[in-house]
Design a protein around this ligand. Structure first.
Ligand SMILES: Cc1cc2nc3c(=O)[nH]c(=O)nc-3n(C[C@H](O)[C@H](O)[C@H](O)COP(=O)(O)OP(=O)(O)OC[C@H]3O[C@@H](n4cnc5c(N)ncnc54)[C@H](O)[C@@H]3O)c2cc1C
Length: 247
């Protein structure tokens, strides 16, 4: 187990960001811990002195106001799937893709903010957020900034993701994936969202992070699939996801 010299549980976002700004200790935000704790235990992150637990910040709420849905950064994937609006948006695509992030005990811990911060290349939940046209709200402790998820790169370790926002409209969604087994992490996958003048497809497994379809792909070339295989399969899952969304 990594030896952490400090553990903090602030009650406000401003206090949390002030802690992350400290120059005398290297502190990391801790959300569900599903990725961070493993990285600390295996010492994949050796330069961390402590963590700033986000659980006390009141960021776990999911709010549906008019056609705007706001997913608090520390809402868990299970919270999203079980929410009457978030779980049903676009034929239930967030609930459906959350299942592929991991088993239920992981979904009970892993948070929306954690998924966006880690931006794993095979995160189908992240791809669903992209296809839904989501935006990311970050805070530097004083003010909030909103950025399209498609363009989002976490500005620095001194910024916290506080929520993810998206419009709720008459969307339909489709999802297609290729994996070694039905419940394994995908090799490539696509999520399509159509309706209300929108047609967006997001792809997994074809670059460093999930991305919207269109333009040249830069797939990895590894033991799970060559770059050529992933490029060919991306076209197929894209067509399948769109066909499902079109019904
Ligand atoms: C068994 C297992 C299976 C997994 N399978 C998958 C999978 O299939 N697909 C997939 O995509 N991922 C998978 N993961 C990775 C992991 O579950 C996700 O990345 C997870 O969603 C991280 O969320 P968390 O809330 O647990 O974040 P944490 O582990 O707490 O944090 C992860 C990182 O994000 C940062 N962070 C968290 N919240 C914020 C915030 N609000 N603002 C700024 N930075 C923040 C942390 O500092 C840390 O660097 C798996 C992990 C495990 C252990």
């Amino acid at each position: 187990m990594a030896i952490l010299a400090e553990y903090h549980k602030p009650q406000t976002v401003t206090e949390a960001v002030q802690l992350l700004r400290r120059t005398d200790a290297r502190l990391r935000p801790l959300a569900g811990g599903s990725q961070l704790v493993g990285a600390l235990e295996t010492r994949a992150l050796p330069d961390v002195d402590g963590v700033v637990d986000l659980a006390g910040l009141g960021l776990q709420r999911i709010l549906a106001t008019g056609d705007l849905l706001r997913l608090g950064a520390t809402a868990t994937l299970s919270d999203v799937g079980n929410h009457p609006v978030a779980g049903e948006v676009a034929s239930g695509i967030l609930r459906r893709t959350a299942r592929y992030e991991g088993p239920v005990n992981l979904r009970n811990a892993a948070t929306v903010g954690g998924v966006v911060a880690t931006a794993e290349a095979d995160s189908e939940f992240y791809a669903a957020l992209l296809a839904l046209g989501a935006s990311v709200v970050t805070s530097d402790g004083a003010r909030e900034t909103i950025t399209s998820l498609d363009e989002f790169v976490i500005p620095s370790s001194h910024h916290l993701i506080v929520s993810i926002t998206l419009r709720v409209a008459e969307y339909r969604a489709g999802h297609a994936r290729i994996a070694r087994t039905p419940s394994d992490r995908c090799i490539v996958a696509a999520v399509a969202v159509i309706g209300d003048g929108v047609e967006r497809v997001a792809l997994c497994g074809v670059g460093e992070r999930p991305r919207l379809a269109g333009g040249a792909l830069t797939p990895p070339d590894d033991w799970r699939g060559s770059a050529a295989y992933r490029t060919a399969m991306a076209k197929i899952v894209q067509e399948r996801a769109l066909a499902e969304a079109r019904g």
